[in-house]
Write a protein that binds this ligand. Structure first.
Ligand code: NAD
Length: 270
């Protein structure tokens, strides 16, 4: 019997690949950069928070891969163009882009200012488009690549008082499908990951309040809020060779929370 097993990096095909991750100075983006680095990929760590980006890049370098921290506001076209050029110069042409840089600001639509509406859409949606364009050029030149966009379960479930957030996430899911159709023939896949409730810097303030995470955990069939590393595992799958024929999908990672509607039906005790 042949007992030669594949290593994890052989299985995923990610060793030596160049992966650019936005929002990688914190949370899901950082967990993704570290998951890629553990599989031998070189990482471009992009964030407007350069201290956070540098910390992630140093952790990745300590694993023996190449990593570069790049300060960039992803809603600024010139900054994104410069970030893509810097990434290529430091690591070579991009194989994988993960769009994760995002913001969440509670607001009600009735009194939300146009300025705030534009701010959220310019980061959560336009920033994803700009990065896909800039890094997609490098992928198209190679004839291969994978783009993973982080949307949210809010993309399909309206959420009270979430301002433009859920709307931006719904548009991200369509941006991803559009790219899958337009760039598929050029060897590029595009998919969306929709996380449910996940412990990160973005959610620390609300989940960190006494009792909140326990209460929310009760609404989730798996009984707890997710960790950023668990979202990164799904991103790794979509970035890797193990999903070579998967494009245009939305992959929900939420502990079955969005499948739990029927448990809300009031019932009488028998
Ligand atoms: N945490 C959750 O429960 C959850 C659920 C669903 C979806 N998401 C999505 O996951 C993604 C990552 O969020 P997270 O939870 O890790 O949050 P986080 O706040 O920990 O990380 C977001 C990172 O994005 C960076 N960023 C924000 N605006 C930027 C900009 N204009 N340019 C460059 N960098 C910018 C921040 O500096 C930060 O480092 C976001 O798109 C978020 O909407 C999070």
């Amino acid at each position: 019997m042949n007992t030669t097993f594949l290593s994890a990096s052989e299985h995923t095909g990610l060793a030596g690949r160049v992966c650019a991750i936005t929002g990688a100075g914190s949370g899901i983006g950082r967990a993704t950069a570290m998951a890629f680095a553990r599989l031998g990929a070189h990482v471009a760590v992009i964030d407007r928070d350069i201290a956070g980006a540098q910390a992630t890049a140093e952790q990745a370098q300590a694993l023996g891969v190449k990593a570069v921290a790049i300060a960039c506001d992803t809603s600024d076209e010139a900054a994104v163009t410069a970030a893509a050029a810097r990434s290529q110069e430091a690591l070579g042409p991009c194989d994988v882009l993960v769009n994760a840089a995002g913001v969440l600001k509670a607001a009600s639509l009735e009194d939300m200012s146009l300025q705030e509406w534009n701010r959220v859409l310019s980061i959560n949606l336009t920033g994803y488009f700009l990065c896909a364009q800039a890094f997609g050029r490098q992928m198209r030149a190679k004839g291969t690549g994978s783009i993973v966009h982080i949307a949210s379960i809010a993309a399909t479930h309206a959420t009270g008082h979430s301002g433009a957030y859920a709307i931006s996430k719904a548009a991200v899911a369509m941006l991803s499908r559009q790219l899958a159709i337009e760039w598929g023939s050029q060897g590029i896949r595009s998919n969306t990951v929709c996380p449910g409730m996940t412990w990160t810097g973005m959610t620390q303030e609300s989940y960190g309040r006494p009792g909140i995470s326990e209460l929310r955990g009760k609404a989730i069939p798996l009984g707890r809020i997710g960790q950023p590393e668990e979202i990164a595992d799904a991103i790794v799958y979509l970035a890797s060779d193990r999903s070579g024929y998967v494009s245009g999908i939305d992959l929900t990672v939420d502990g079955a929370f969005t499948r739990n509607l029927m448990s809300l039906v009031p019932r009488t005790a028998n």
